[in-house]
Write a protein of this length. Sequence first.
Length: 279
Amino acid sequence: MGAKLARDGGSIVDTQVECDGLIASKLCSHRYSHRYSSFEPANMTQALIELSDLGFSWPGHPPLLDIPAFRLEAGETLFLKGPSGSGKTTLLGLLGGVQTPDRGSIRLLGQELTELGAGARDRFRVDHTGYIFQQFNLLPFLSVRENVELPCHFSKLRAQRAIQRHGSVDQAAATLLAHLGLTDTNLLGRRADSLSIGQQQRVAAARALIGQPELVIADEPTSALDYDARENFLRLLFAECREAGSSLLFVSHDQSLAPLFDRNLSLADLNRAATPLEV
């Protein structure tokens, strides 16, 4: 395993952090009786994510993000519509600690990310956040099991949680895959690049969920699936997030999925600097 990881330049942080899309919005909190999750607001003193007066611009360019305020509560599922021009890619990078804002506050689990150095932000991200990418970002030369277990090799906290919940990291990987619909144990030893799109999606979800991160960020993970497959995947994802106690921040253009979540918001409404043509 170590040799294989060395070939990748040890860049699980890069793999986990090429975050492309995410969050925030404003209080158009719609609730739907037929959604799958069962979020009940906890006390409003400690949000999982809290942004305030957030501003960001690339050097020599006009402001890209201007977000007065945003909260994501513990245990909440949030659908975030992130159209082009809304700044979602940049916001994801800020939440992952890849970039730092020009001004304002980003608090995750009460920790102010802007007060951490780059290395500390990387460690904090791997400990507390799981990502499901649009292209899944599985490492093709690793097996299914090795891909799922990657976060536990870079986070002692997530490894400890996986062992505490499932008895071992190996068992955690197998159990998560089974819960997400991959019950064939022969898949565990197969290379990730031999899987179908639907199988890769579930492996990516298991990798994000292993070790019970407090926050799961999903960026357009269902874009390659038909509606029935999308809804089934979401049902499984909601169940696993609920089981792990994780909040889910789900970014998509597919507004038809929004009623399944506790809240649905548009980043274009939240971001006062949004323009219609940003890519």
